[in-house]
Design a protein around this ligand. Structure first.
Ligand SMILES: Cc1ncc(COP(=O)(O)O)c(C=O)c1O
Length: 382
Protein backbone atom coordinates (compact mmCIF):
# COMPACT_ATOMS: atom_id res chain seq x y z
CA UNK A 1 0.00 0.00 0.00
CA UNK A 2 2.77 2.38 1.03
CA UNK A 3 4.79 1.55 -2.06
CA UNK A 4 1.76 1.91 -4.33
CA UNK A 5 1.00 5.36 -2.90
CA UNK A 6 4.57 6.52 -3.24
CA UNK A 7 4.77 5.22 -6.80
CA UNK A 8 1.59 7.10 -7.65
CA UNK A 9 2.90 10.26 -5.97
CA UNK A 10 6.16 10.05 -7.92
CA UNK A 11 4.29 9.51 -11.18
CA UNK A 12 2.10 12.55 -10.53
CA UNK A 13 5.11 14.69 -9.58
CA UNK A 14 6.91 13.59 -12.78
CA UNK A 15 3.85 14.70 -14.74
CA UNK A 16 4.21 18.13 -13.19
CA UNK A 17 1.38 17.80 -10.63
CA UNK A 18 1.99 19.80 -7.45
CA UNK A 19 2.11 16.96 -4.88
CA UNK A 20 3.14 17.52 -1.25
CA UNK A 21 4.88 14.44 0.12
CA UNK A 22 4.87 13.88 3.89
CA UNK A 23 6.35 10.41 3.92
CA UNK A 24 10.07 11.02 4.59
CA UNK A 25 11.71 8.82 7.18
CA UNK A 26 14.80 10.98 7.22
CA UNK A 27 15.80 14.53 8.18
CA UNK A 28 15.70 16.95 5.26
CA UNK A 29 18.86 18.84 6.34
CA UNK A 30 22.32 18.45 4.83
CA UNK A 31 24.85 16.50 6.89
CA UNK A 32 26.76 19.02 9.09
CA UNK A 33 29.82 20.54 7.41
CA UNK A 34 32.48 19.20 9.80
CA UNK A 35 31.22 15.65 9.27
CA UNK A 36 31.42 15.95 5.51
CA UNK A 37 34.92 17.41 5.85
CA UNK A 38 36.00 14.41 7.93
CA UNK A 39 34.81 12.08 5.17
CA UNK A 40 36.70 14.07 2.51
CA UNK A 41 39.79 13.93 4.71
CA UNK A 42 39.35 10.15 5.12
CA UNK A 43 39.44 9.76 1.34
CA UNK A 44 42.49 12.04 1.07
CA UNK A 45 44.20 9.98 3.77
CA UNK A 46 43.44 6.77 1.86
CA UNK A 47 41.15 5.26 4.47
CA UNK A 48 39.61 3.41 1.59
CA UNK A 49 40.26 -0.25 2.35
CA UNK A 50 38.50 -2.95 4.34
CA UNK A 51 38.53 -2.12 8.02
CA UNK A 52 38.26 -4.52 10.94
CA UNK A 53 34.86 -6.17 10.55
CA UNK A 54 33.45 -4.71 13.80
CA UNK A 55 34.58 -1.16 13.00
CA UNK A 56 37.68 0.98 13.36
CA UNK A 57 38.98 1.06 16.96
CA UNK A 58 38.67 4.88 17.25
CA UNK A 59 34.98 4.72 16.34
CA UNK A 60 34.21 1.81 18.66
CA UNK A 61 35.89 3.71 21.46
CA UNK A 62 33.92 6.88 20.63
CA UNK A 63 30.70 4.85 20.69
CA UNK A 64 31.60 3.27 24.04
CA UNK A 65 32.29 6.80 25.36
CA UNK A 66 28.99 8.07 23.97
CA UNK A 67 27.08 5.17 25.58
CA UNK A 68 28.76 5.94 28.91
CA UNK A 69 28.19 9.69 28.76
CA UNK A 70 24.67 9.85 27.29
CA UNK A 71 23.12 6.57 28.34
CA UNK A 72 24.86 5.39 31.48
CA UNK A 73 25.86 2.18 29.69
CA UNK A 74 29.23 0.72 30.31
CA UNK A 75 30.73 -1.17 27.37
CA UNK A 76 34.29 -1.96 26.52
CA UNK A 77 34.99 -0.99 22.86
CA UNK A 78 35.19 -4.75 22.14
CA UNK A 79 31.47 -4.91 22.99
CA UNK A 80 30.57 -2.55 20.15
CA UNK A 81 29.69 -3.65 16.61
CA UNK A 82 29.51 -1.00 13.87
CA UNK A 83 27.18 -1.93 10.98
CA UNK A 84 25.58 -0.58 7.81
CA UNK A 85 22.86 1.39 9.57
CA UNK A 86 20.83 0.64 12.69
CA UNK A 87 18.63 -1.51 10.47
CA UNK A 88 21.60 -3.81 9.91
CA UNK A 89 22.40 -3.76 13.65
CA UNK A 90 18.86 -4.94 14.43
CA UNK A 91 19.04 -7.69 11.84
CA UNK A 92 22.44 -8.86 13.12
CA UNK A 93 21.03 -8.92 16.66
CA UNK A 94 17.96 -10.94 15.70
CA UNK A 95 20.03 -13.37 13.65
CA UNK A 96 22.44 -13.79 16.55
CA UNK A 97 19.79 -14.62 19.16
CA UNK A 98 16.85 -16.25 17.34
CA UNK A 99 16.31 -19.88 16.48
CA UNK A 100 13.54 -21.16 14.25
CA UNK A 101 10.13 -20.70 15.86
CA UNK A 102 11.29 -18.26 18.54
CA UNK A 103 8.76 -15.56 19.33
CA UNK A 104 9.73 -11.89 19.34
CA UNK A 105 7.37 -9.42 20.97
CA UNK A 106 6.67 -6.21 19.08
CA UNK A 107 4.46 -3.46 20.50
CA UNK A 108 2.16 -2.02 17.82
CA UNK A 109 2.21 0.51 16.19
CA UNK A 110 5.69 -0.54 15.12
CA UNK A 111 8.29 0.37 12.54
CA UNK A 112 7.27 -1.58 9.42
CA UNK A 113 10.59 -3.40 9.24
CA UNK A 114 10.43 -5.18 12.62
CA UNK A 115 7.93 -7.98 11.80
CA UNK A 116 9.58 -8.67 8.45
CA UNK A 117 13.02 -8.94 10.02
CA UNK A 118 11.74 -11.36 12.64
CA UNK A 119 10.23 -13.50 9.86
CA UNK A 120 13.50 -13.28 7.94
CA UNK A 121 15.30 -15.06 10.82
CA UNK A 122 12.54 -17.71 11.00
CA UNK A 123 11.07 -16.17 14.13
CA UNK A 124 7.43 -15.38 14.84
CA UNK A 125 6.40 -11.79 15.58
CA UNK A 126 3.94 -11.47 18.46
CA UNK A 127 2.19 -8.13 18.71
CA UNK A 128 0.98 -6.12 21.66
CA UNK A 129 -1.70 -3.64 20.67
CA UNK A 130 -1.11 -0.38 22.50
CA UNK A 131 -3.76 2.32 22.62
CA UNK A 132 -3.86 6.00 21.87
CA UNK A 133 -5.52 6.52 25.27
CA UNK A 134 -2.34 5.17 26.87
CA UNK A 135 -0.06 7.23 24.59
CA UNK A 136 0.73 4.05 22.66
CA UNK A 137 2.65 2.65 25.60
CA UNK A 138 2.75 -1.06 26.36
CA UNK A 139 2.08 -1.83 30.01
CA UNK A 140 3.98 -4.44 32.07
CA UNK A 141 0.72 -6.43 32.35
CA UNK A 142 0.35 -6.52 28.57
CA UNK A 143 3.94 -7.65 28.21
CA UNK A 144 3.54 -10.37 30.83
CA UNK A 145 0.40 -11.68 29.13
CA UNK A 146 2.04 -12.50 25.77
CA UNK A 147 5.17 -14.19 27.11
CA UNK A 148 5.32 -17.94 26.37
CA UNK A 149 8.01 -20.62 26.58
CA UNK A 150 8.98 -19.71 23.04
CA UNK A 151 9.50 -15.99 23.67
CA UNK A 152 13.08 -15.00 22.92
CA UNK A 153 13.05 -11.22 22.83
CA UNK A 154 11.25 -7.93 22.98
CA UNK A 155 11.82 -5.35 20.25
CA UNK A 156 11.55 -2.04 22.03
CA UNK A 157 11.64 1.42 20.42
CA UNK A 158 11.68 4.71 22.34
CA UNK A 159 11.32 7.38 20.96
CA UNK A 160 9.01 5.41 18.69
CA UNK A 161 8.46 5.47 14.96
CA UNK A 162 5.60 6.00 14.01
CA UNK A 163 3.96 7.40 17.17
CA UNK A 164 6.64 9.64 18.69
CA UNK A 165 6.00 8.01 22.08
CA UNK A 166 8.82 8.28 24.61
CA UNK A 167 8.72 5.96 27.66
CA UNK A 168 9.75 7.43 31.01
CA UNK A 169 12.48 5.94 33.18
CA UNK A 170 9.88 4.59 35.62
CA UNK A 171 7.89 2.92 32.85
CA UNK A 172 11.04 1.30 31.44
CA UNK A 173 12.05 0.11 34.91
CA UNK A 174 8.67 -1.58 35.34
CA UNK A 175 8.96 -3.28 31.94
CA UNK A 176 12.49 -4.37 32.84
CA UNK A 177 11.18 -6.24 35.87
CA UNK A 178 9.01 -8.38 33.58
CA UNK A 179 11.93 -8.88 31.17
CA UNK A 180 14.22 -9.94 33.98
CA UNK A 181 11.74 -12.45 35.43
CA UNK A 182 11.05 -14.01 32.03
CA UNK A 183 14.72 -14.06 31.07
CA UNK A 184 14.14 -12.34 27.71
CA UNK A 185 16.49 -10.45 25.48
CA UNK A 186 15.60 -6.88 24.58
CA UNK A 187 16.66 -5.18 21.40
CA UNK A 188 16.39 -1.53 22.38
CA UNK A 189 16.20 0.61 19.24
CA UNK A 190 17.27 4.11 20.33
CA UNK A 191 17.82 5.60 16.87
CA UNK A 192 15.59 8.62 17.62
CA UNK A 193 17.26 9.29 20.98
CA UNK A 194 18.41 12.79 20.02
CA UNK A 195 15.20 13.88 18.31
CA UNK A 196 13.27 14.61 21.47
CA UNK A 197 11.26 17.60 22.71
CA UNK A 198 9.86 19.50 25.66
CA UNK A 199 12.66 18.52 28.04
CA UNK A 200 11.65 14.85 27.78
CA UNK A 201 14.48 12.60 28.88
CA UNK A 202 15.57 9.55 26.94
CA UNK A 203 16.32 6.51 29.11
CA UNK A 204 18.19 3.37 28.06
CA UNK A 205 16.83 0.07 29.39
CA UNK A 206 20.34 -1.39 29.27
CA UNK A 207 21.39 0.92 32.12
CA UNK A 208 19.21 -1.05 34.55
CA UNK A 209 21.54 -3.48 36.39
CA UNK A 210 19.05 -6.39 36.56
CA UNK A 211 18.68 -6.58 32.76
CA UNK A 212 21.90 -5.10 31.41
CA UNK A 213 23.18 -8.52 30.28
CA UNK A 214 19.95 -9.03 28.35
CA UNK A 215 19.75 -5.74 26.49
CA UNK A 216 21.22 -5.11 23.06
CA UNK A 217 21.30 -1.34 22.65
CA UNK A 218 21.05 -0.18 19.05
CA UNK A 219 21.69 3.34 17.82
CA UNK A 220 23.22 5.13 14.85
CA UNK A 221 24.02 8.44 13.24
CA UNK A 222 21.23 8.50 10.61
CA UNK A 223 18.57 10.54 12.38
CA UNK A 224 20.54 12.60 14.92
CA UNK A 225 23.13 13.90 12.45
CA UNK A 226 21.11 13.78 9.23
CA UNK A 227 23.32 11.00 7.87
CA UNK A 228 20.83 8.46 6.52
CA UNK A 229 22.77 7.84 3.32
CA UNK A 230 26.06 7.21 5.08
CA UNK A 231 24.75 3.93 6.56
CA UNK A 232 26.33 3.76 9.99
CA UNK A 233 24.55 2.09 12.90
CA UNK A 234 25.93 0.33 15.93
CA UNK A 235 25.07 -1.88 18.84
CA UNK A 236 26.43 -2.47 22.32
CA UNK A 237 25.84 -5.80 24.07
CA UNK A 238 27.52 -8.59 26.02
CA UNK A 239 30.63 -10.06 24.48
CA UNK A 240 28.81 -13.31 23.51
CA UNK A 241 26.12 -11.49 21.58
CA UNK A 242 28.57 -9.13 19.91
CA UNK A 243 30.72 -12.09 18.84
CA UNK A 244 27.72 -13.86 17.31
CA UNK A 245 26.39 -10.70 15.61
CA UNK A 246 29.87 -9.97 14.31
CA UNK A 247 30.05 -13.42 12.69
CA UNK A 248 26.75 -12.77 10.92
CA UNK A 249 28.02 -9.45 9.64
CA UNK A 250 31.37 -10.91 8.66
CA UNK A 251 29.73 -13.39 6.28
CA UNK A 252 27.18 -10.97 4.88
CA UNK A 253 28.75 -7.56 4.37
CA UNK A 254 32.08 -7.27 6.25
CA UNK A 255 32.77 -3.80 7.64
CA UNK A 256 30.60 -0.74 7.18
CA UNK A 257 32.03 1.83 4.73
CA UNK A 258 35.48 2.97 5.87
CA UNK A 259 34.78 6.58 4.85
CA UNK A 260 31.42 6.67 6.60
CA UNK A 261 33.05 5.30 9.75
CA UNK A 262 35.39 8.30 9.79
CA UNK A 263 32.41 10.61 9.24
CA UNK A 264 30.56 8.93 12.12
CA UNK A 265 33.61 9.42 14.32
CA UNK A 266 33.49 13.16 13.59
CA UNK A 267 29.75 13.18 14.30
CA UNK A 268 30.13 11.52 17.70
CA UNK A 269 33.14 13.50 18.83
CA UNK A 270 32.42 16.92 17.29
CA UNK A 271 30.18 19.87 18.04
CA UNK A 272 26.45 19.37 18.54
CA UNK A 273 25.50 22.88 17.40
CA UNK A 274 23.95 21.77 14.12
CA UNK A 275 22.10 18.90 15.80
CA UNK A 276 20.56 21.44 18.18
CA UNK A 277 19.61 23.72 15.28
CA UNK A 278 17.92 20.83 13.44
CA UNK A 279 16.02 19.84 16.57
CA UNK A 280 14.81 23.39 17.15
CA UNK A 281 13.41 23.40 13.61
CA UNK A 282 11.78 19.98 14.11
CA UNK A 283 10.15 21.31 17.27
CA UNK A 284 8.76 24.35 15.43
CA UNK A 285 7.32 22.08 12.73
CA UNK A 286 5.91 19.58 15.21
CA UNK A 287 4.07 22.34 17.01
CA UNK A 288 2.70 23.67 13.74
CA UNK A 289 1.49 20.36 12.28
CA UNK A 290 0.17 19.06 15.60
CA UNK A 291 -1.96 22.18 16.02
CA UNK A 292 -3.11 22.08 12.40
CA UNK A 293 -4.08 18.41 12.48
CA UNK A 294 -5.84 18.49 15.85
CA UNK A 295 -7.87 21.52 14.79
CA UNK A 296 -9.55 19.35 12.13
CA UNK A 297 -12.92 18.15 13.43
CA UNK A 298 -12.97 14.49 14.50
CA UNK A 299 -9.23 13.89 14.29
CA UNK A 300 -7.43 12.90 17.46
CA UNK A 301 -3.66 12.80 17.81
CA UNK A 302 -1.19 12.13 20.60
CA UNK A 303 1.33 14.94 20.93
CA UNK A 304 4.60 13.25 20.01
CA UNK A 305 7.53 13.79 22.36
CA UNK A 306 10.16 12.49 19.95
CA UNK A 307 11.02 11.48 16.34
CA UNK A 308 9.61 13.54 13.46
CA UNK A 309 6.15 12.11 12.86
CA UNK A 310 2.60 12.77 13.96
CA UNK A 311 0.27 9.78 13.92
CA UNK A 312 -3.33 11.02 13.87
CA UNK A 313 -6.40 8.82 14.22
CA UNK A 314 -8.64 9.45 11.22
CA UNK A 315 -11.28 6.84 12.02
CA UNK A 316 -13.93 9.58 12.34
CA UNK A 317 -13.79 9.79 8.56
CA UNK A 318 -14.06 6.07 7.89
CA UNK A 319 -17.48 5.40 6.40
CA UNK A 320 -17.69 8.81 4.72
CA UNK A 321 -18.43 8.89 1.03
CA UNK A 322 -16.49 10.63 -1.68
CA UNK A 323 -17.60 10.63 -5.33
CA UNK A 324 -20.00 7.81 -4.49
CA UNK A 325 -17.31 5.57 -2.92
CA UNK A 326 -17.17 4.79 0.80
CA UNK A 327 -13.83 5.28 2.58
CA UNK A 328 -13.36 2.01 4.44
CA UNK A 329 -10.06 2.53 6.27
CA UNK A 330 -7.11 4.79 6.97
CA UNK A 331 -5.63 3.39 3.74
CA UNK A 332 -8.61 4.71 1.79
CA UNK A 333 -8.26 8.07 3.51
CA UNK A 334 -4.60 8.25 2.50
CA UNK A 335 -5.62 7.43 -1.08
CA UNK A 336 -8.32 10.11 -0.91
CA UNK A 337 -5.81 12.71 0.30
CA UNK A 338 -3.51 11.89 -2.60
CA UNK A 339 -6.19 11.69 -5.30
CA UNK A 340 -8.21 14.69 -4.23
CA UNK A 341 -5.81 17.00 -2.39
CA UNK A 342 -2.40 15.92 -3.68
CA UNK A 343 -0.99 15.25 -0.21
CA UNK A 344 0.89 12.01 0.43
CA UNK A 345 0.82 10.49 3.92
CA UNK A 346 1.68 6.91 4.91
CA UNK A 347 -1.33 4.70 5.74
CA UNK A 348 -1.18 3.31 9.28
CA UNK A 349 -1.93 -0.29 8.29
CA UNK A 350 1.75 -0.95 7.53
CA UNK A 351 2.56 0.07 11.11
CA UNK A 352 -0.17 -2.15 12.56
CA UNK A 353 -2.65 0.72 13.14
CA UNK A 354 -5.29 0.83 10.43
CA UNK A 355 -7.21 3.83 11.85
CA UNK A 356 -4.18 6.08 11.58
CA UNK A 357 -1.98 7.78 9.01
CA UNK A 358 1.63 8.82 9.54
CA UNK A 359 2.64 12.35 8.68
CA UNK A 360 6.34 13.13 8.57
CA UNK A 361 7.41 16.69 9.31
CA UNK A 362 10.90 16.17 7.95
CA UNK A 363 10.09 18.63 5.17
CA UNK A 364 10.10 22.42 4.81
CA UNK A 365 7.69 24.63 6.74
CA UNK A 366 6.30 25.88 3.41
CA UNK A 367 5.40 22.34 2.38
CA UNK A 368 3.87 21.66 5.77
CA UNK A 369 1.74 24.80 5.55
CA UNK A 370 0.56 23.85 2.10
CA UNK A 371 -0.23 20.29 3.23
CA UNK A 372 -2.09 21.52 6.32
CA UNK A 373 -4.29 23.78 4.22
CA UNK A 374 -5.05 21.00 1.75
CA UNK A 375 -5.86 18.47 4.49
CA UNK A 376 -8.14 20.99 6.20
CA UNK A 377 -9.96 21.45 2.90
CA UNK A 378 -10.10 17.73 2.13
CA UNK A 379 -11.47 16.65 5.50
CA UNK A 380 -14.00 19.51 5.43
CA UNK A 381 -15.33 18.07 2.18
CA UNK A 382 -15.90 14.73 3.87
C1 LIG B 1 12.64 2.93 14.36
C2 LIG B 1 13.75 2.88 13.38
N1 LIG B 1 14.81 2.12 13.67
C3 LIG B 1 15.86 2.03 12.84
C4 LIG B 1 15.87 2.72 11.64
C5 LIG B 1 17.04 2.51 10.72
O1 LIG B 1 17.94 3.53 10.69
P1 LIG B 1 19.31 3.38 9.88
O2 LIG B 1 19.28 4.45 8.84
O3 LIG B 1 20.38 3.64 10.88
O4 LIG B 1 19.38 2.01 9.30
C6 LIG B 1 14.79 3.52 11.29
C7 LIG B 1 14.76 4.23 10.00
O5 LIG B 1 13.76 4.71 9.53
C8 LIG B 1 13.69 3.62 12.19
O6 LIG B 1 12.64 4.39 11.93
Amino acid sequence: MTMALSALAKKLAAEGVDVVTLTAGEPDFPTPFHIKQAAIQAIEDNHTRYTVNAGIPELRKAIADKFRKDNNLSFDPSQILVSNGAKHSIYNSLKAICNKGDEVIIPAPYWVTYPEMVRLVDGTPVFIQTTEANDFKMTPAQLKRVITKKTKALLFCSPCNPTGTVYTQEEIEELAQVVSKADLYVISDEIYEKVIYDGTKHFSMGSIPSVKEHVITVNGVSKAFSMTGWRIGYLGATKDIVTAAEKVQSQMTSNASSISQHAALAALTGSNDEVNTMNAEFLRRRDFIYKAITSIKGITCMKPEGAFYVFPNVSAYVGKKVNGTTLKSGDDIATFLLNEERVVVVPGSGFGAKDHVRISYACSMEELEKAAERMRRGFARL
